[in-house]
Write a protein that binds this ligand. Sequence first.
Ligand code: FES
Length: 104
Amino acid sequence: MHMAQKVKVAHMSELEPLIGKKVIVEDKQIGLFLMEDGAIKAVNNVCPHKQGPLSEGTVSGHYVYCPLHDQKIDLNTGIVQEPDEGCVETYEVEVIDDEVYVCL
Ligand code: FES
């Protein structure tokens, strides 16, 4: 069985609502997003279309729009919305004492 690995990636003070932040863990680029309701989403930061950096995209509701060609990705599921297709990996996030951890 693959054991999830919990990695500290940021402090809450580094996150701004609706502004993505890119963190790098091992060989993965992860986009962190602080949502309006205070939840934090983590997805693979690399757009499945042509590698756009999702952390630089515009957040609206629970979606992020890729900064390169505006594909719309659901931050809850990682699924690219129609008419485009594809998906990015999503990761579980835990906050302990204002430190943000991502489970890989
Ligand atoms: S690279 Fe993201 S929409 Fe094209």
